[in-house]
Design a protein around this ligand. Structure first.
Ligand code: GAP
Length: 462
């Protein structure tokens, strides 16, 4: 099935089956803020764990968890106070607000991102009502807040718009405490906040979201090879967790499109398939050459030396190759790619017209629930045995226990949320101590002695 046909189905499934809910829904929701439900929180944790394990498996990368709030000078130094803006435009008639570059792109025109001259919007009208549009203004995306009881400019802080800056301000602390040799990387996962002008496409563009970022500090010589290596590694990571090759691609940023800190940037794009009129491919992760922009600026603004020595004992400011992915965008991409609908169903049923069946073919490492325990009936003897099976596995795996509905319905319920294995306990189990394990993808069934279930699953999840 085309991804453009999947997206609405995924949004519907996400709400219905407890992956993602609109935030504050009982109050009418809060635009572009979402909450992760019981299955969503498991899936998102698994995405983050896969990324963290991938980074921490390397000898040259260490982790960090820096605060969301930082000294306000951080954002002067980083350039976000002056340069982290989007072009905003309003409709004079219906008062709707848009991103000027998005309106141009929708018309098939290429926006000119140079902030020194206004964007050429003369042929563009409001897409909602056809009304006349205002001039384009630059709008800073950082959320402001205040520290302490007085709300004045001296107490003003910002919610971080990227996690990267906490890595730069901890560069020396980390290098020295961990005795890291150049080149090395610092990885971090955490919340970021952007007061996006247009919020669209479910969890693709949110105002509160999570990033998984790694800053790799290098000598400027040889930086391009390191850049290419990270670019390749990051794409492979998505492939290794099940995204299909044809839905992933690289896109290099045009020089006028580069964000203020980057001298080279490639996006890993995924075919989210949002709308047939828009290009389905959109940014999933960015690989950026940030040069020595960040460390030099923090050096200048803080007065602290952020330098290292090269092999000839000469001082230099490290350059940075950054890999910057969105946890929420990755979660959405994995959901879309895994979504499969089988017209007419795939399980035997007595119904003459079979319903379409949904199977979420998530990688086992990402699946929110690993195993479902399904007693064939609610009879006490079966419940007792089934609870024993549940208790024997629950310390190692996230497990669901489900005893309501026909066994076919219960399989489908688990297929729809991506549970790789269902364990069925029936009356024969009471005699021979064997359970039936059903595979989500092949629907093949194995008969396994209860005492061997642990080693059986250890092999399956290895
Ligand atoms: N530190 C560099 C940086 O923040 P970016 O391209 O602005 O670069 C990196 O963001 C990633 O963060 C994006 O590729 C995307 O996955 C995620 N991201 C950015 N803005 C987002 C938003 N409003 N909602 C969800 N994810 C977002």
């Amino acid at each position: 099935m085309e991804n453009s046909r999947k997206i609405d189905k995924v949004v519907n499934l996400a709400k219905r089956r407890g992956f993602i809910f609109p935030s504050s829904e009982i109050y009418g929701g809060l635009n572009s803020i979402y909450d992760y439900g019981p299955l969503g929180v498991e899936l998102k944790k698994n995405v983050k764990k896969a990324w963290w394990d991938f980074m921490m498996a390397r000898k040259d990368v260490v982790g960090l968890d820096s605060a969301i709030l930082a000294h306000p000078r951080t954002w002067e130094a980083s350039g976000h106070l002056d340069g982290f803006t989007d072009p905003l435009i309003d409709c004079k008639k219906c008062k709707n607000r848009f991103r000027a570059d998005h309106l141009l792109e929708k018309k098939g025109l290429k926006p000119d991102f140079a902030k020194t001259k206004p964007m050429d919007m003369k042929d563009i009208k409001c897409p909602e009502c056809g009304g006349e549009l205002t001039d384009v203004r630059q709008f800073n995306l950082m959320f402001k807040t205040f520290m302490g009881p007085v709300e004045d400019s001296a107490s003003q802080l910002y919610l971080r718009p990227e996690t990267a800056q906490g890595i730069y301000t901890n560069f020396l602390n980390t290098k020295e405490s961990m005795r890291m040799k150049m080149p090395f990387g610092i990885a971090q996962i955490g919340k970021a906040f952007r007061n996006e002008i247009t919020t669209e496409n479910f969890i693709f563009r949110m105002r509160e979201f999570e990033q998984m970022e790694m800053q790799y500090f290098v000598h400027p010589d040889g930086k391009d090879d390191i850049f290419d290596t990270w670019k390749k590694l990051r794409k492979e990571w998505y492939l290794s967790l099940g995204l299909s090759k044809e839905n992933l691609r690289f896109r290099e940023h045009e020089p006028d499109e580069l964000v203020h800190y980057a001298s080279k940037a490639f996006d890993i794009e995924y075919n989210f398939g949002f709308s047939e009129s828009e290009a389905g491919f959109k940014e999933l992760e960015g690989i950026h050459d940030r040069g020595d922009w960040d460390l030099s600026r923090h050096q200048k603004f803080s007065g602290q030396k952020l330098i290292v020595k090269d092999d000839d004992n000469k001082d230099y400011t490290p350059h940075v190759v950054e890999t910057s992915g969105g946890v929420d965008r990755a979660t959405l991409a994995f959901l879309i790619d895994a979504y499969d609908e089988i017209e007419g169903g795939r399980t035997t049923t007595t119904k003459s017209v079979k319903d379409a069946e949904v199977v979420l073919r998530l990688d086992k490492r990402l699946a929110p629930i690993k195993i479902a325990v399904l007693p064939l009936s609610k009879k006490v003897e079966l419940s007792k045995k089934s609870n024993e099976v549940y208790d024997s596995l629950v310390s190692k795996y996230r497990i669901r226990y489900d005893e309501t509905g026909s066994i076919g319905k219960r399989y489908r319920r688990q297929d729809e949320i991506g549970t790789p294995y269902c364990v069925t306990i029936d009356f024969d189990t009471l005699e021979n101590n064997q359970v039936t394990v059903r595979d989500r993808d092949t629907m093949e069934q194995d008969h396994v002695v209860i005492e061997e279930l642990e080693s059986y699953f250890a092999e399956k999840f290895n």
